[in-house]
Design a protein around this ligand. Structure first.
Ligand SMILES: *Cc1c(COP(=O)(O)O)cnc(C)c1O
Length: 376
């Protein structure tokens, strides 16, 4: 059994992907070939709004491009959740700005608005200028934007949505990609929309930010590649990956629906269990289910995972240590205590989740989880 079955997806569209790869080999425009612009058009169309989609090298550089285009640097604070993948805080530190950690909510795993407010105050007390907040759509569920947007607006913070896991989701009628000053995503193979290598994208309706990022992703180019207007990055998406993504994007909406059918069956199986807390999706929201993550009693979590492995059922802990406790980040300020992130790190366990998880296989996962929790 696979934790994420990329082979099943490939079998579905193998001919189309092969044809795309052959087309690129034939025209030979490996860097910024025509597939890159075609994909960017397709990505903005998927979000159904006139925003710009800019592809780039990966989901980490996507956030860096936004921070750089916004001119965020030393002396600036950027509020980030502690319970996330390291890239969310890493990009802030790389710009020599200060990440300030906020806690998350136990039921959605997403940023706690009260902790965000505290983090803004802490940043100011430390003499930093709060410039932006990076929300994370953790495990695929959009953060609670109706609550976070007014806080960001009141304090003059730019809202940057890290949707590396959340692309394909919907927040109360708004597609992920259309929210905030900019939304970033990742096409790492295991993400909901993944390519066959590294890739990423930024979505923004802000033409000035978009123009600056276009320069930044090619070494800060000016009128041409050998005119250097600013210090930038080499952050382009490969043409081959763009070609592959065009075909994957064509079935992505259908795959998000399939993931939701899998999630609904998991939710029905675990509903009402006294030791298993299934993930909660906010009213009116659609998760892209990058992960299906249970909360289990901390004392049992590792034993359950080991029992599942014995049954041939893979499970993974995302994330075992919150960022404010990591050696690389523990010196940075926090908006109060980060107790929920610390607790979740001990309780979470992610189960196999992908669009091609058939019902018999899923039933095996469910039976193995129920047996493990009853016996460990
Ligand atoms: C994967 C991920 C990233 C980084 O994306 P890469 O393409 O691997 O650079 C950033 N933030 C979150 C929340 C992620 O899950």
């Amino acid at each position: 059994m696979e934790f994420i079955d990329l082979g099943a997806q490939q079998a579905r569209i193998k001919d189309k992907i092969d044809a795309r790869i052959q087309a690129v080999l034939k025209h030979g425009k490996y860097i910024m070939g025509p597939e890159v612009a075609e994909l960017e058009k397709g990505l903005s169309a998927f979000c159904g709004s006139p925003l710009q989609a800019l592809t780039c090298s990966n989901g980490t550089d996507a956030i860096s491009l936004v921070l750089m285009a916004m001119g965020i640097g030393p002396g600036d604070a950027v509020i980030v959740p502690s319970f996330t993948f390291a890239a969310t805080a890493e990009v802030v530190a790389l710009q020599r700005a200060t990440p300030v950690f906020a806690d998350v909510l136990a039921d959605t795993f997403n940023m706690d608005p009260e902790s965000l407010k505290k983090a803004i105050e802490v940043a100011k007390q430390q003499g930093l200028k709060p410039k932006a907040v990076i929300t994370v759509d953790l495990f695929g569920q959009p953060a609670d934007y109706d609550v976070i947007e007014p806080i960001a607006a009141q304090h003059g913070l730019a809202l940057i949505c890290d949707a590396a896991q959340g692309f394909g989701g919907v927040y109360k009628g708004r597609k992920v990609g259309t929210i905030g000053a900019a939304t970033t995503t990742s096409f790492f193979p295991a993400k909901p929309l993944g390519c066959y290598g590294d890739g990423g994208a930024v979505f923004t309706a802000d033409k000035a930010i978009d123009e600056t990022m276009k320069s930044l992703r090619v070494h800060g180019k000016g009128t041409d590649k050998y005119d250097n207007a600013r210090v930038g990055l080499n952050a382009r998406l490969d043409t081959l990956q763009a070609g592959i993504l065009i075909e994957k994007l064509a079935i992505f909406g259908d795959e998000v629906e399939a993931r939701n059918r899998v999630a609904d069956r998991y939710a029905a199986a675990f509903a009402g269990h006294n030791e298993i807390i299934a993930p909660k999706v906010l009213e009116g929201c659609v998760s892209s289910w990058a992960q299906y993550t249970l909360r289990l009693p901390a004392a049992k979590r590792d034993a359950v995972s080991a029992a599942l492995a014995k049954q041939g059922v893979p499970s993974v802990v995302y994330y075992p240590l919150p960022l404010h406790m990591q050696n690389a980040y523990k010196m940075h300020p926090r908006g109060g205590d980060i107790a929920v992130s610390e607790r979740l790190a001990k309780e979470v366990l992610s189960l196999p989740m992908h669009p091609y998880l058939d019902e018999p296989t899923q039933d095996k996962v469910i039976a193995a989880v129920l047996e493990a929790i009853a016996t460990v």
